[in-house]
Design a protein around this ligand. Structure first.
Ligand code: MEV
Length: 325
């Protein structure tokens, strides 16, 4: 992780780090209320961070040129990037502001349900921990996960913890809030087409809306959460056994329940329909919903058709990823 370069005037990175995006296969929203969910990393999109030594006395600057952000660490008490850095410095036992330039970038769509915020916090935490002279060795996942979860709480008050867990552990996870995450094997790989509606939808707002709606009708909402949890249980069994015939059906069922939670949107529905019409076995929104990304489970021979159909229907981007294998 450490790179050394003795040449004068050249930027010397103390450390750099990467983290993947993620998609939730089954169980979003219900997972906030203690039901199980399944999420997998998506390595085709990534966040990266680099920490470079700066001139003595210049302090710590964080820049994210892609989104036009440049902040000085002490002057940004509420900024999530600055919080990730501050928490990592504290975990490494560094009290004084270091003279560092930290840069961060990401190809994960922002507010798209693919874990962009968690991945950015993860790379900042890792790169800062690895750069701290007081910290020996590779940052452990548990410390990084704790930091990322704390930052996630800025974005929304009640994160389940699934986003930070899958992004930090970079493995498929079976997640139940408050329990240690279970990393599980995918018996037989399968393909997803991930399509972006192009509509940014901050998760925190959607989670808050679901919470408000549940307060008015807890019995109905809890029944929907139970049904989503039961789908996640069935999905786990079939993914672990490799008998994937009903995976698409379970996605369609999960989406039907997400509609009942009122977290879908016309843009998502149009794209889901076009993916299924083009031969996807099933499709659903992934993450907070109301925009962001959807996932479609697709047999290898249908990938091209489904991708084309999604782009023709107006998807801002359609990427293909293999789960497992
Ligand atoms: C967001 O990726 C998933 C939600 O279930 C929120 C959470 O789990 O914190 C909508």
């Amino acid at each position: 992780m450490h790179e050394k370069d003795a040449s004068v005037g050249k930027r010397v990175d103390l450390a750099n780090a990467t983290a993947p995006g993620k998609v939730i296969l089954f169980g979003e929203h219900a997972v906030v209320y203690g039901r199980p969910a399944i999420a997998v990393p998506v390595t085709i999109v990534q966040a990266t961070a680099a920490v470079a030594a700066a001139a003595a006395g210049s302090g710590c600057t964080i820049s994210a040129p892609d989104v036009g952000v440049r902040i000085r660490l002490p002057s940004a008490p509420d900024n999530p990037l600055a919080l990730a850095v501050r928490l990592a410095l504290a975990a490494a036992g560094v009290d004084a502001e270091p003279d560092w330039n930290i840069s961060v970038s990401s190809t994960i769509p922002i507010a798209g349900g693919m874990g962009s915020g968690a991945a950015v916090s993860a790379v900042l935490a890792r790169a800062v921990l690895a750069s701290a002279p007081t910290f020996r060795g590779c940052p452990d996942a548990e410390t990084v996960n704790r930091i990322v979860y704390a930052v996630e709480r800025i974005h929304h008050a009640t994160p389940s913890g699934i986003d930070n867990t899958v992004v930090v552990y970079e493995q498929p996870v079976w997640f139940v809030r408050g329990r240690p995450p279970e990393i599980f094997d995918i018996a037989k790989p399968f393909h997803l087409v991930i399509a972006d509606t192009g509509i940014a939808s901050p998760t925190g707002q959607v989670v808050a809306d679901v919470r408000a709606a549940r307060q008015k009708d807890a019995a109905r909402y809890d029944a929907i959460f139970d049904a989503i949890g039961a789908i996640a249980e069935r999905a786990k069994r079939i993914i672990a056994s490799g008998k994937l015939e009903t995976l698409g059906f379970l996605m369609r069922e999960n989406q039907r329940l997400l509609r009942q939670l009122e977290v879908s949107a016309p843009s998502l529905e149009r794209l889901i329909e076009s993916a299924e019409d083009a031969g996807a076995a099933g499709a659903k929104l992934s993450g907070g919903g109301r925009g962001g990304n959807l996932i479609a489970v697709v047999k290898r021979e249908k990938i091209g058709l489904v991708r084309e159909a999604l782009l023709a229907e107006g998807a801002a981007r359609a990427i293909v990823t293999q789960v497992g294998g």
